[in-house]
Design a protein. Structure first.
Length: 87
């Protein structure tokens, strides 16, 4: 059996949907929607995007933030490359 989407009303009376795996495991829970139709539209958007969506790792550095340099330190003025003279 394939996974399925389930539309439900949460404790704050918001309409949401969840994606369930084949074994019933909750794989994802949506944001709150105004009504069932909006939640159904959200499901359609997920269906359309999920099959072609890229995987991206969201991570932060050990010093905070998501940049490639440490916080508070200037970025290098230039990158050093090995120079191979032309022959």
């Amino acid at each position: 059996m394939a996974g399925q989407f389930e539309i439900f009303t949460d404790a704050e009376a918001n309409v949401r949907f969840r994606l369930l795996g084949a074994d019933g495991t909750v794989l994802a829970i949506s944001k709150a929607f105004e009504d069932k139709q909006s939640a159904a539209d959200g499901i359609m958007a997920v269906r359309e995007c999920a099959g072609t969506g890229l995987i991206k790792e969201a991570r932060s550095s050990a010093w905070g933030g998501t940049g490639n340099t440490r916080a508070g330190l200037p970025k290098p003025a230039h990158r050093r490359h090995r120079h191979i003279p032309a022959v």
